[in-house]
Design a protein around this ligand. Structure first.
Ligand code: 25A
Ligand code: L14
Length: 339
């Protein structure tokens, strides 16, 4: 680990980019310099970092001279376009978009689950950060998988609007205010009204009837767990919550695991906090998960309908562990072990 790294954030003005800057500020990560990049729309804006005001520059292929690590969260199109040039300039890209996740040469990393995969940054100079819904699920599944094996996962998500970005958060706020004042609303970011509603539609619909978000959970889980045989079926749902995705997860394990033993395993799991005491009405909720680093799990119980089944309720801050925090944790691992 060096004393300081030259860092760039591409997509600095977005919901995730903002959080990356905040986390770099909070953590002890040694930042020698910080460069903020976004589209031409935001060039010239200023953002604060450690008491200094930094000017946002337009993201270009030649933006990365002298940069050691580039954190990207500018969407898949921008990542596909600019990450290779950034890597060619000699920096390592850690990309939060879906642009590179399924490239077999690009490692897809959750530090608590497959830290060793970081070494494959050497292939293309790019490391991918998984989808938010996948990250919080695999952090909890991993210790169970290692103990008793997992055959199949059935998951339903309840996803916050912050995942879509700042415009979606504004839309939920505006619609709520208008509706409470008996005024009409016109959906813009989402296909339907999101205030006081929910819809089972995140990402586009695919041939097989699933959505893109649902299939990301399938393919990314298999890649991160390094097990193409885990069967996963997902239903992803948008709900009118600002921060924090929730997931009802049903798993079928290879060998029997009691709820009590699962709780013990999860108590010891890195990055996981067990909140599971129904008698005291203790279970995870997005309100508690927002702004914290741990993935919360509760409602841990044995499935009464199958032999080796467990039900879990998993909640995490989608912008932190689901995106910005996981990206910075990958950067820390990379710096510590490889740069
Ligand atoms: O991988 P995918 O599926 O393509 O999608 C990934 C995107 O999903 C968001 C995140 O968007 C990411 O870009 N996301 C949320 N949670 C995520 C998660 N867990 C997640 N992605 C992965 N995992 P975001 O809103 O956080 O950030 C977008 C940033 O990218 C910048 N950007 C976009 N295109 C760019 C680009 N930068 C460089 N080159 C490009 N071609 C974008 O900057 C933002 O920083 P910006 O300058 O374009 O926008 C700044 C502000 O402008 C407003 N705005 C956005 N779109 C429009 C707009 N205003 C007018 N018209 C528009 N069309 C917004 O308020 C924005 O904040
Ligand atoms: O693939 O709209 O990382 O909540 C994460 C946020 C996809 C969209 C990804 C959302 C994106 C998702």
């Amino acid at each position: 680990m060096k004393d300081g790294y030259h860092i760039a954030v591409a997509g600095a003005t977005g919901a995730v980019g903002n959080e990356m800057i905040k986390i770099l500020e909070e953590q002890k990560f040694p930042v020698a310099s910080l460069k903020l990049l976004a589209s031409s729309r935001s060039a010239g804006k200023t953002l604060d970092f450690r008491g200094k005001s930094l000017t946002v520059e337009e993201l270009r292929e030649d933006s990365f001279e002298g940069v050691d690590i580039a954190l990207f969260s500018a969407g898949a199109a921008a990542s596909r376009q600019f990450a290779p040039a950034a890597a060619d300039s000699g920096c390592v890209v850690i990309d939060n978009s879906s642009g590179w996740r399924m490239d077999p040469e690009v490692p897809l990393v959750v530090p608590e689950v497959n830290p060793h995969a970081v070494a494959d940054y050497r292939n293309k100079g790019i490391i991918a950060n998984p989808n938010c819904s996948t990250i919080q699920m695999v952090v909890v599944l991993k210790p169970i998988y290692d103990a008793v094996g997992i055959e199949r996962v059935v998951v339903s998500t309840y996803q916050a609007v912050s995942g879509t970005g700042k415009l979606a958060m504004q839309e939920l706020m505006d619609q709520t205010r208008l509706l409470l004042n008996f005024q009409e609303v016109t959906p813009e970011v989402y296909p339907y009204r999101i205030a006081f509603n929910c819809f089972p539609h995140i990402g586009g619909f695919l041939e097989n009837g699933y959505t893109e978000e649902e299939m990301k959970m399938v393919y990314e889980t298999q890649k991160i767990m390094e097990d193409p045989d885990i069967r996963v079926s997902a239903t992803t749902v948008r709900i009118p919550v600002f921060y924090g995705h929730s997931e009802a997860v049903n798993i079928q394990t290879s060998r029997k695991l009691s709820a009590k033993d699962a709780r013990v395993l999860l108590f010891r799991a890195p990055g996981v906090k067990v909140l599971d005491n129904p008698d005291e009405r203790i279970y995870p909720m997005p309100l508690e998960a927002a702004g914290i680093d741990d993935t919360l799990v509760g409602r841990i119980r044995e499935d009464i309908s199958i032999e080796n089944g467990l039900d879990l309720w998993i909640v995490a801050d989608n912008i932190r562990k689901g995106a910005a925090l996981n990206t910075v944790q990958i950067a820390e691992l990379l710096a510590k072990e490889y740069l």
